[in-house]
Write a protein that binds this ligand. Structure first.
Ligand code: SAM
Length: 369
C-alpha cells in the first residue's frame, strides 16, 4: 500500500479510509481479526478483504452502510490525526503549482507537523523526486516517520529529519539537497531563511513559500527574503469557498399560463367525472351520510368506504405531463427538449483555515553558496 500509486483490491495490511458520511472518515489498517465499530453498525475487516476500493458495504447486521475509499493526499488531509494546525488542499494545491513542483522535483519542507502537506508533496514529486522534511518536536517527528513508513513513502521519496532548522540549518550529511522548492510552515521563517543558500539548487530557478498566520510574521519574512537575495516577492491569501454550478430550466410566462390552464382543466375534469359517477350509480350525496356517527351501521360504513375507493379510482385525473413550476413529469437537469440556463452559487462561508502565503524566487545567476 503506497500513497504513490493506486490499487484495485483491498488486502490485509492495507490502509483504507472508511467514509461514514460527509463529515466523518476513519482511517483503518485492515487486520482480518478486527472490527470497525461505528454508529452505523459494526463492520468486520474480514468483510472488506477482497472488495474493490470504492465499494459500499453493509454492516455485519445489515442495517448501516459505509464506503471503503482508497487513501489519497486530499482524503488523508481530511481524516489524519491532528498533531498541529495543518495545511488544507486549497492552500497546498495553490502552493504546489506556484512553486512549479512536479514529478522529479526536490523539495524542502519545515516543519513536518501533522504531515498533511508532506503527503501531498510526496505524491507530487513521486518516486522520481525528493521531499526533505524537517521537524524539531521529537514525538511529532517519530509519529510522522511511522506514518511515512506505513504509507510506503519513507525513503522514496520522503526523508524526514529531526532538526531545529532555525538554529541548525537544513544540511544532511553526505546528501546534496539541491532543492528547487522550499516550503516553510514555522513560527519564525525569517530565522530559517539565512540557512537556505547551502541547500538550494544553483543552476535552476528556486521558489520559496512561507506560510504564516500573522501579518507581522509576513513583514519580518519579507525583510529576510530581501536581505538574502530573493526576488519577485508576493503575498497571497487563499479563501477557499465552494462553488455550486447547475442548470436551471428557463421558465417562460407562457409556461405559467399553460400551467394555470392545466390546473383548471384537471379540476373541471375531476368534478365532471365525479358528477357522472354519482349519476351513473344512482347515488345521491345525502345517501353517503351520516358518516362515522352512531346512526351509521357497520354495513353502511363498509358500503361508504367501498364507494369512496371506487370513486377515487374512477375519478382519477391523468397526471400532468410537463410542469416547470412544481410536481409533474420528472425531468432530469439538462435533459434535451427543454431550454436551460447555467447558473452558479458561491458559498458564503470560507471553508479553509488559511494563512498568508509569501512567495519569492531566486534565479540561477543570483544563487550564491
Ligand atoms: N505543514 C504541516 C502540515 O500540513 O501538517 C503543519 C506544520 S505545523 C503548523 C508547524 C510545525 O513546525 C510544528 O510541528 C513544529 O513543531 C515545527 N517547528 C517549529 N519550529 C521548528 C524549527 N525551528 N525546526 C523544525 N520544526 C519546527
Amino acid at each position: 500500500m503506497s500513497f504513490l500509486g493506486y490499487k484495485d483490491i483491498i488486502e490485509e495490511g492495507d490502509l483504507i479510509l472508511a467514509y461514514l458520511n460527509r463529515d466523518t472518515m476513519k482511517p483503518i489498517v485492515i487486520n482480518a481479526t478486527e472490527t470497525l465499530n461505528t454508529r452505523f453498525g459494526s463492520f468486520s475487516h474480514l468483510s472488506m478483504i477482497g472488495k474493490k476500493y470504492g465499494t459500499q458495504i453493509a454492516s455485519d447486521k445489515g442495517y448501516g452502510y459505509i464506503h471503503l475509499l482508497q487513501p489519497t493526499a486530499e482524503l488523508w488531509t481530511l481524516s489524519l490525526p491532528h498533531r498541529t494546525q495543518i495545511v488544507y488542499t486549497p492552500d497546498s494545491s495553490y502552493i504546489t503549482q506556484r512553486l512549479g513542483i512536479t514529478s522529479g522535483s526536490r523539495v524542502i519542507e519545515a516543519g513536518t507537523g501533522s504531515a498533511s502537506f508532506s503527503h501531498s508533496l510526496a505524491r507530487t514529486v513521486s518516486d522520481k523526486g525528493k521531499l526533505f522534511t524537517f521537524e524539531f518536536h521529537k514525538p511529532r517527528f517519530e509519529e510522522a516517520k511511522r506514518e511515512f513508513e506505513e504509507h510506503g513513502i519513507l525513503g522514496v521519496p520522503v526523508t524526514i529529519n529531526h532538526r531545529d532548522v532555525c538554529n541548525d540549518g537544513f544540511e544532511i550529511e553526505d546528501v546534496e539537497l539541491n532543492a528547487t522548492a522550499i516550503f516553510l510552515d514555522l513560527p519564525s521563517p525569517w530565522t530559517a531563511i539565512p540557512n537556505l543558500p547551502k541547500v538550494i539548487s544553483s543552476d535552476e530557478r528556486v521558489g520559496i513559500c512561507c506560510f504564516s498566520p500573522c501579518i507581522e510574521q509576513v513583514d519580518l519574512t519579507i525583510k529576510a527574503l530581501q536581505e538574502h537575495g530573493w526576488t519577485s516577492i508576493e503575498m497571497v491569501e487563499i479563501q477557499g469557498r465552494r462553488w455550486e454550478a447547475k442548470q436551471v430550466m428557463v421558465r417562460e410566462a407562457d409556461d405559467a399560463i399553460e400551467r394555470l390552464k392545466d390546473v383548471k382543466r384537471r379540476k373541471l375534469e375531476g368534478i365532471e367525472k365525479k358528477r357522472k359517477y354519482y349519476s351513473d350509480n344512482g347515488i345521491k350525496k345525502e345517501d353517503l351520510v351520516p358518516e362515522n356517527t352512531d346512526a351509521e351501521t357497520e354495513e353502511q360504513k363498509s358500503q361508504r368506504m367501498k364507494l369512496l375507493e371506487d370513486e377515487q379510482e374512477k375519478t382519477k385525473v391523468s397526471k400532468t405531463e410537463f410542469n416547470p413550476f412544481g410536481r409533474g413529469l420528472r425531468i432530469k437537469e439538462g435533459e434535451e427538449g427543454y431550454s436551460w440556463v447555467k447558473v452558479s452559487k458561491n458559498e458564503g462561508e470560507i471553508k479553509s483555515h488559511t494563512s498568508y502565503l509569501t512567495f519569492a524566487y531566486k534565479q540561477p545567476a543570483f544563487v550564491k553558496k
